[in-house]
Design a protein around this ligand. Structure first.
Ligand SMILES: NC(=O)C1=CN([C@@H]2O[C@H](COP(=O)(O)OP(=O)(O)OC[C@H]3O[C@@H](n4cnc5c(N)ncnc54)[C@H](O)[C@@H]3O)[C@@H](O)[C@H]2O)[C@H](O)CC1
Ligand SMILES: [K+]
Length: 512
């Protein structure tokens, strides 16, 4: 699914009204009707008081449409106009007149905190104050209204976007943003729904298709792509009948140090589970019996050093190399990485301590093979690009880093973000149960295993992140979040593959 900027959505509005020969008021009626239907399906006529707070722009106009339709259906509706400026949009005014024709309880004009209404916990609040037209941070009594609403226990439904949140600009004042229980957003989710600083205001959302011009949306270059099952199905590369283990590549995992051999086990197992034909683990001597016991299918080559990696020599050309998991920060290991990056053409996945080594030895960046995949968590990312002011500044810095070094950067987190030059891919799978030791090792093994099967680095990254997260979702569906371990993610990769083409919705845990 594509994620557009507010500017693009305004453009889409304009083109839609022209091409479909409709007025913007009719488009607002379409949008408001969708919200009404969402509420009506769930309320089924319940007499619960519904408080609709309308701004004076089109978001407010949407709120008036919803209010009118609910009143006509017999609901108990109280409409407030948050009179924050005297500039009213045309569509707001049209609907302000229309709602006055269907009720004697005209909208209540709010001009200060004296007008804040009583709202009981079992009642409903609809937030139609600001939409994507927010052009400055709410202040004064409007900010206090947002805080007042946030303190109410009533269910808060935001229209299009929680008021006070920008759709694709940095958060300015987290005290001036409505925290919605649910958001109904038009046509496409907004970038701020997925970034660490702003996602908490949009805990749940549904996308309502309001029939914007598909040709325009199809042709427009989005801010980002949201990756869910439909996209993942297109990324999947089916196997040929006459494939043999050589067809699916020979992955090499360079990992582990004394006490951290498990990172090598997890990444090696994940590379197998995702489908690599052959997998070799390169580990310090101390890892030899562990690897050969834990994964009989794996071949093992050991460093001459007992406890850490000091020189990486293998007698074959790997189809892909995953390096870094549990490596430790020994000086000899850094030297070994320098030689590895210099002498190898195979595509790399660079994780964990290899990233930390690169951060401390920036000259290593020049040695990275093109289209290597870097998988930093936020701490490791700071080491690579320095600190950032906010999520948007972080994205711009990572885009520049990715373009300069011609690498794919995977920023792991709640909505893992894959950056490749100017392109952004937000992952929709995954859950808090995956914040567990070894989850990253498993991801590196997954991406390395996909590379070794011939997936290109960007595809291996975006598809690998999705399927890794989906495996975690299916696992969590059966064991809950707390009990989930990295090894479970690996075991459930099989289920994630099967789930790819069965008919469960994207976020339903799949029963074995
Ligand atoms: N294609 C679609 O997605 C459709 C969206 N619709 C709705 O339209 C709004 C956007 O409407 P717009 O009038 O451009 O802006 P807003 O309603 O968000 O309100 C902005 C309004 O308020 C003023 N303002 C902005 N910030 C502040 C502030 N901090 N304090 C006070 N006043 C502020 C600003 O000057 C504007 O006048 C979109 O979100 C959807 O809900 C259409 O209804 C259908 C198609
Ligand atoms: K809103």
């Amino acid at each position: 699914m594509k994620i557009f900027s507010s500017e693009q959505l305004y453009e889409a509005d304009k083109i839609t009204t022209e091409k479909q020969q409709i007025t913007s008021e009719e488009l607002m009626e379409r949008a408001g009707t969708q919200i009404f239907q969402w509420l009506h399906q769930r309320l089924q006529g319940a007499p619960v008081p519904i408080h609709i707070f309308c701004g004076i722009g089109d978001n407010g106009g949407d709120g008036l449409v919803v209010g009118r339709l609910l009143i006509e259906q017999g609901y108990n509706v109280i409409v407030y106009v948050v009179n924050c400026s005297d500039k009213r949009s045309e569509n707001f005014l049209h609907n302000y007149d229309k709602i006055k024709n269907v009720t004697k309880k005209w909208p209540i004009l709010m001009t200060s905190e004296d007008d804040f209404p009583e709202i009981n916990p079992e009642e409903i609040i609809v937030d139609a104050i600001f939409g994507i037209g927010l052009n400055r941070c709410p202040d004064g009594w409007v900010k206090e209204l947002i805080q007042y609403i946030n303190k109410r226990k009533a269910f808060k439904l935001a229209i299009d976007i929680p008021s006070g949140l920008y759709s694709n600009s940095p958060l300015e004042d987290k005290e001036a943003v409505l925290s919605a229980n649910h958001t109904l957003t038009f046509q496409a989710p907004k970038l701020s729904f997925f970034l660490p600083e702003t996602a908490p205001f949009v805990s749940n959302f549904d996308v309502l298709d309001i029939g914007l011009d598909l040709e325009f949306l199809h042709k427009s270059e989005p801010l980002a792509h949201l990756i869910s099952k439909p996209e993942a199905q297109r990324f999947y590369q089916p196997r040929e009948k006459f494939g043999h283990k050589g067809t699916y590549g020979h992955a090499l995992l360079v990992a582990g140090s004394y006490g951290k051999i498990g990172a090598a086990v997890l990444s090696t197992k994940a590379a197998f589970r995702i489908g690599a034909g052959l997998v070799t683990a390169f580990v310090p001597k101390c890892g030899y019996p562990i690897l050969q016991t834990a994964i009989p299918e794996a071949m093992v080559i050991t460093d001459k050093n007992e406890e850490y990696i000091s020189s990486i020599e293998v007698d074959f050309e790997p189809s892909a190399i995953g390096v870094g998991m549990g490596l430790g920060k020994n000086k000899a290991t850094v030297e070994a990485l320098k030689k590895l990056f210099t002498n190898t053409e195979s595509p790399f996945v660079i994780d964990a301590d290899a990233l930390n080594n690169i951060s401390k030895n920036k000259e290593l960046l020049k040695l990275l093979p093109k289209n290597s995949v870097l998988t930093p968590h936020p701490g490791e990312l700071k080491g690579l690009i320095g600190i950032w002011k906010n999520d948007y500044d972080k994205i711009e810095k990572v885009k520049k880093f990715s373009s300069k070094h011609e690498v794919v950067v995977i920023i792991k987190g709640a909505y893992t973000l894959t950056v490749y030059g100017d392109k952004l891919y937000l992952n929709s799978s995954g859950n808090p149960g995956m914040a567990t030791a070894g989850s990253g090792d498993a991801l590196t093994g997954v991406i390395t295993g996909l590379l070794s099967q011939g997936y290109d680095p960007l595809l291996a990254s975006v598809f690998g992140v999705y399927i890794h997260g989906r495996a975690g979702d299916i696992a969590a569906g059966q064991m809950g979040y707390e009990a989930l371990m990295a090894g479970d993610i690996i075991e459930f990769l099989a289920d994630a593959y099967i789930d790819l083409f069965n008919n469960t919705k994207n976020d339903e845990p799949y029963e074995k």
